[in-house]
Write a new protein. Structure first.
Length: 40
């Protein structure tokens, strides 16, 4: 079972696709996402 939260790189590896394709899926709202900022 995948982790509850994944980076785009981890999602790409899990799905067996390129990271740019993950961004395209996010943009088309085909997969759910949440942006997490590392800024304090």
């Amino acid at each position: 079972m995948p982790a509850e939260n994944m980076s785009t790189k981890e999602a790409a590896e899990y799905l067996g696709i390129n990271e740019k394709q993950v961004y395209a899926l996010i943009k088309s709202k085909s997969i759910p996402c949440t942006r997490v900022s590392r800024k304090n």
